[in-house]
Write a protein that binds this ligand. Structure first.
Ligand code: TRH
Length: 375
């Protein structure tokens, strides 16, 4: 068993801690590693994991030690393996502690997920540090076997397969959402402020198909409430003709995963929910984290090319592409949506093949452990 220090800075939103928390759990629970997780923002963390005490400097959740990463960094021994998540910059005193170790730690910078070609070339590149005998390695998650893969819990696919209609019914009832009716399509909405959303809400309200929308807190809720001109009150939905919208509370991470399993179509964003939507094996629409000068467009196009390469049903790949582009960069979202919805069954069948392909890249936690073990 090795000791791991995992460092996470919450830049904004929940993706950084979302990924780090899943990784920490998999290393501890599935690989029996001794994990200490340093997080600078325990309040954000507590939303994903409600048992986190936000004022505690040090606490345990299961076998994982959680430390509040404050400006005043304590004197600690460096671990055998150090993960610097998303180039979060380790404290200088901790780097000194790493350099003082007899055996230099394995130092890994865990990067953001991307389907761009260059990722395969940069994955596992070594960066020797000047004035020290430490070397940092770049570890790139990705979608092909020559990358680090994506996170997947050992039992995830089995749990997903076991989530049948009875389990789904129970899930909805726990959330206080009515059971499915035959004529509706159930859609989860997790997005950033999105210029296409008002138009999409209008299209949904006009039918012809009933849409039951599950709206996550934050930007999605704010925009939906603005469109209705009313706020969500308790479990009561907002309704406009063919559209019924329910405001959800922030769900613990495992419950959020199940929301994606239970909906027919998932609107997701960022990095972690984007991956979970793929494991959910449902049609999904991704809103990529926006960057300056539309730099994110290249990243989105790279993923679309990779994801849609084997979707051969006539019209289906084009429908996905059109809907995603309209959702991210503007365009005829209403027409694009109904085209997407029409191709839903084909995309859903393909989602299963895609998940198997994704699995071939291996899972990120396994790949990290193999790298550290030199196997
Ligand atoms: O919150 P995000 O927008 O995070 C983003 C991205 O990671 C982006 O790449 C990064 O640069 C930026 O943050 C700083 O979206 P993401 O990645 O999907 O993370 C959301 C996490 O929140 C994910 O782990 C799922 C979790 N979640 C819940 O657990 N419950 C909920 O109810 C909701 C809505 C989300």
């Amino acid at each position: 068993m090795r000791r791991w220090d995992l460092f996470c800075r919450v830049v904004d939103n929940f993706g950084d801690i979302g990924v780090c928390w899943r990784l920490a759990r998999q290393l501890a629970e599935e690989h029996r590693q001794d994990v200490r997780l340093w997080v600078d923002d325990l309040t954000s963390f507590s939303r994903l994991c409600p048992s986190i005490a936000t004022a505690a400097d040090s606490q345990r959740v299961g076998s994982i030690e959680i430390r509040h990463w404050s400006a005043d960094f304590p004197v600690v021994n460096a671990a055998d393996v150090v993960i610097e998540a998303f180039a979060c910059e380790l404290p200088a005193s901790y780097i000194d502690a790493m350099a003082r170790r007899e055996l230099a730690p394995v130092w890994i910078n865990l990067e953001y997920l991307s389907a761009e070609d260059w990722v395969e070339d940069c994955h596992l590149l070594a960066s020797p540090q000047t004035n020290s005998r430490l070397t940092k390695h770049f570890f790139f998650p990705g979608f092909t076997p020559r990358t680090g893969g994506v996170l997947r819990e050992r039992d995830l696919l089995a749990d997903r397969a076991a989530f049948d209609s009875a389990a789904e019914g129970e899930f909805w009832s726990t959330l206080g959402i009515p059971p499915r009716s035959a004529d509706e399509i159930r859609v989860a909405l997790f997005c950033y402020e999105n210029a296409a959303l008002p138009e999409l809400l209008r299209a949904w309200s006009e039918g012809p198909q009933r849409v039951r929308l599950l709206v996550t807190p934050g930007a999605a809720t704010a925009q939906v409430e603005r469109w209705f001109g009313r706020v969500f009150l308790g479990a009561g939905p907002l309704e406009a003709d063919f559209l019924t919208a329910h405001g959800l509370p922030f769900l613990p991470q495992a419950t959020f995963d199940r929301l994606l399993w239970a909906c027919d179509v998932n609107f997701v964003r960022g990095e972690d929910s984007f991956v979970r939507a793929q494991w959910a094996q449902r049609p999904f629409v991704w809103q990529i984290y926006p960057q300056a000068e539309n730099a994110h467009r290249v990243k989105l196009e790279a993923f679309l090319a990779c994801y849609l390469a084997e979707l051969k049903v006539p019209g289906a790949a084009e429908a996905v592409r059109r809907c995603w582009l309209a959702w991210n960069f503007g365009g005829e979202i209403a027409a694009a949506w109904w085209d997407f919805a029409e191709n839903r069954q084909s995309v859903e069948r393909y989602a299963k093949d895609w998940a198997s392909q994704l699995d071939q890249a291996g899972n990120l936690a396994n790949n990290l452990v193999c790298f550290v073990n030199g196997t």
